[in-house]
Design a protein around this ligand. Structure first.
Ligand SMILES: Cc1ncc(COP(=O)(O)O)c(C=O)c1O
Ligand SMILES: [Zn+2]
Length: 401
């Protein structure tokens, strides 16, 4: 664990660590999200991380001391490379869908669980579109922490099944993710449970930045030209920006990739705020998309996401629900990576940028595929061709192939 300070993303005020400190008191929970700041001047990090190593290999760059039995099961996910295919020089896929609970969120949950244990908390809670919830429930199941999960009752059954199988206390409400979020804050903070909500808890981003670290290490310390990632609350994209900025500061890469945040056309609140320019003002919208994990109308990490993306000259793009569904199929059939809708948006956006001529066969591209297709098969159901052959019909059919 490295020493750190907490600093408000909006006013810059510094805070010392406290178990019940989540945001800047002057700026409030939406505008006053906290950043974790390290003094990298005293660090000497060399390029000898393991390509297959788990998240614990980064303990020296994280604000936490690992202590659970599952720490070493997080991170170290597959990195798949295709050369001179898909109209680019190199296509890289970072696939966190095969993480323990099946999504990128494990990188954040493991940090929150370790912090809750460090603070001697008895319970931990989160509100989620599904993946953060199932990740927290799965990774905390073996610990002494009681886990409370607030979700919209409409979340996909596979994610709900993970929650119940893990023995979490599930509060599924009639309403949106944004409503589940507000209810969780009202109750969780009153009860003194540890909060694992996106953007509220500043430590989550630190776990998520390790995905950016890993692609650099797995690509022999060469940064790709472009990186694509799906965006809902904006924590993952902030973390990826921070991961690249830190590796650059540590002298481990020469340049920062062009980061493209991808949203669904029907849920593009963060893009709207970013494109409207400074000063970034949080907005609230009613949203709808087939990609349930990024169906967020009140993005909680809006200020950090916009601030970091501006620092590295990032950009937001939108894709339609049809493009997302089509991408799930293309990504699977062309690369073998079966993604849930929110994880396939990067592939859809890549096609767009190739068609616009903004990405050429000279470029190297990394897609962060953040969730497993088995988590949400409803949107993939349109691809299913159900058959009910008699054995005779099957024989006949196969004679013709
Ligand atoms: C699979 C998947 N991809 C992307 C995201 C977007 O992450 P964020 O809400 O931090 O923007 C989520 C969030 O739930 C997710 O579950
Ligand atoms: Zn502040």
């Amino acid at each position: 664990m490295r020493d750190y300070q907490l600093r408000c993303i909006s006013c810059g005020k510094s805070y010392l660590e406290k178990s019940d400190l989540y945001w800047c008191h002057d700026c409030g929970p939406l505008k006053g999200t906290l950043e974790i700041i390290y003094d990298f001047n005293q660090i000497n990090i060399s390029k000898n991380f393991s390509k297959k190593g788990d998240i614990t290999q980064f303990e020296d760059l994280l604000p936490v001391k690992f202590q659970t039995n599952l720490d070493q099961q997080v991170g170290g996910t597959p990195f798949i490379k295709f050369n001179h295919q898909f109209g680019v020089r190199e296509l890289m896929i970072k696939f966190d869908g095969v993480s323990l609970s099946g999504s990128y969120k494990d990188r954040a949950s493991i940090i929150a669980i370790n912090k809750a244990l460090q603070y001697g908390k008895e319970a931990i809670f989160c509100a989620s579109t599904g993946n953060a919830a199932s990740s927290l429930a799965i990774l905390s199941a073996h610990t002494a922490l009681k886990t409370y999960i607030f979700v919209p009752s409409s979340i996909p059954s596979a994610k709900l099944a993970q929650l119940h199988a893990a023995g979490a206390e599930v509060i599924a409400i009639q309403g949106s993710y944004d409503e589940a979020f507000d209810l969780s804050m009202e109750i969780g903070l009153k009860k003194g449970w540890y909060c694992r909500n996106s953007a509220i808890n500043p430590y989550l981003l630190e776990g998520k930045k390790t995905g950016a670290y890993e692609i650099i290490i797995q690509n022999d310390y060469v940064a790709p030209d472009f990186c694509f990632v799906g965006v809902g609350d904006g924590t993952i994209i902030s973390s990826i920006c921070k991961g690249f900025m830190e590796f650059k500061q540590l002298g481990l890469i020469d340049k920062i990739p062009k980061v493209i945040g991808v949203q669904a056309e029907g849920a593009a609140t963060l893009k709207k705020v970013y494109d409207s320019g400074k000063p970034y003002e949080p907005i609230f919208e009613t949203v709808s998309t087939v990609a349930d994990s990024i169906s967020v109308g009140n993005p909680r990490d809006v200020i950090k996401a916009c601030t970091y993306m501006e620092k590295i000259n990032g950009e937001f793009l939108t894709v339609s629900d049809d493009e997302i569904i089509h991408s799930i199929q293309s990504l699977t059939s062309e690369t073998g990576v079966f993604s849930e809708p929110a994880g396939a948006v990067g592939y859809a956006a890549l096609q767009k940028m190739k068609n616009d001529g903004r990405i050429s066969h000279e470029d190297t591209v990394c897609l962060f595929v953040t969730g497993n297709g088995l988590k949400d098969i409803k949107s993939a159901e349109s691809m299913i061709k159900r058959q009910n052959f008699s054995k005779e019909e099957a024989r006949k059919y196969l004679e013709g192939v």
